[in-house]
Design a protein. Sequence first.
Length: 640
Amino acid sequence: MTAKKETHQFKTEVQQLMHLIVNSLYSNKEIFLRELVSNASDAIDKLRFKAQTHPELLGNDSEFFIRIQADKENNRLHVFDNGIGMTYDEVMENIGTIAKSGTMAFLETLRQSKQENLLSTELIGQFGVGFYSAFIVAKKVTVLTRSAESEKGVRWESMGDGSYTIEETDRKDRGTEIILDLKEKEDETDFTEEWTLRRIIKHHSDFVGYPIKMNVEKTVPIPDNELIKDKDGKPVGETTRKIREDEILNSMKAIWTKNKSEVTQEEYEEFYKHISHDWNMPLEKLHLKFEGVTEYHALLYIPSKAPLDLFHQNRKNGMQLYCKRVFIMDDCKELMPEYLGFIQGVVDAPDLNLNVSREILQQDRLVKNIQKNLVKKVFELLSSMDKEKYEIFYNEFGQSLKAGIPTHFDQKDKIADLIRYKTTKSDGKLISLKEYVSRMKSDQKDIYYITGDNLVSLMNSPHLEALKDKDYEVLLMTDPVDEWVVQSLPEYDKKAFKSAEKGDLDLIKVDDKKKEEYQSLFEFIQKSLEENVKEVKPSSRLKNSLSCLSGEDFGMSAYMEKIMKATGQSVTKQKRVLELNMAHPVLEKIKAIYETDTKNPSLTGYFSLLYDLALVGEGGKIENPSRFSQVVSDLMSKAI
């Protein structure tokens, strides 16, 4: 005999919670299905655990599953599981009160019994509020349930209006069925469409450890022996018919929770394609299990090709977060720093402090610890790569890696060990800073570098002449980020970085007597070029070229100025130092003209040419190409 139906009011906090959930808590309506599937998985986990010591609870129903069924005609959705089920009192306690899903109490019982090692209980629903998300899409929710430890079923029903009804019923099946009478569609999403349900399960619950079934209509060929045929044996009429059969919607392949020995290379590659949508094979992978106070799994991939949007401002981080095989969020920047955001992978962490919607991570020590451990493992992997494979990686992601030096100061030394550069002596090959330091000359104190956007121009830059004469190796930095790298990394292995184009190199001893002879000319040139030149002085870096431009030790380099202008930023005009080679015959002839006739009109043209040649030598842009062409033409005419 069925007990009398009772009506109860939700606790005040539950009403407030439901209003919050329905109106603002979840950013994506479809995650209600994720929550219901998670609860169903939870219920099966609990029964599996209890059945270890009470196998009679299973009866003849030991094949666990979750079933989803759409009723398009009545605009209704059913979610069923054959898990532990609930008694009347449990329904009252777990659904009528906030955060009382029973999962937390069950975990506590598990800990107290010290049987954690008895079964890997993949429990979800730490907050007990996921059930209420059903009211995002449903105007009425009905729960039909029977506990594995009871012979009576329970029916619970609510319109989400602050009250609910509950009664005992006769129910044959163990487990729980949730029936959602759906609201009228407010957008294009129809939760009774089979393809919609397939998509949601694939995205949010693909790796739940139990089969998620749906009975679907399929068109199949009629067996040959059942076909109606004419006298010639040819089919007459229909050759296909429609049938309904169960289809499993999820893969259940949470390969990150398996031992490495249980996963094939093909499975690793298939999973990489699934999460990255990249059809190239990954360059490397990391399959990790962390144990200790907390336990979590991670499966990370380093792509072999950089995506086209690698440096786009709105590009998503490649990390996905799961909680016991249930998708929580992608673009999880808390798990991997931005400079390693190209890494694709998943982290499955059961003990993360999520907010109630499971969409936003709270900044706690566990999250930071996970990121720290993942970054450490990535560094170890990169450091252990053979040279050929690492060069493939570096050519694709070197710029991104280097960006970590100015943005993550605590990791700058480790990143410095991983960065590579071509040099004036590397024959076009990349070398590490460690290799550079090991090759330094005995009398060399600093690590010399030069920045610019053209490798050929840098290799042949006039700024390197004295360095090459001393047989010093120079790093050729051609990425824009290198400007920020050298600002944030003042030294490596106790060797300071020194720009080949800034400050005095002190490599060429200036003849003081000769300097005094040229002093008047230099002052005259500086006055003539005062709009562009801060100072004119004898060069400490030129051996063969006539002129070059240098900056102050802590001033902006020519390349940095170019970058700033290219990005539309306002840059104050940088006056630089014009260095002249006093040993060059051209300068000697200019000096002779100046000493003979300071008013010679040719001098102004020569001075401008000295400045323009310095700009050309560093790959810069001449402000007045027409004037430069005219001066050079005149000189050629006189010389020929």
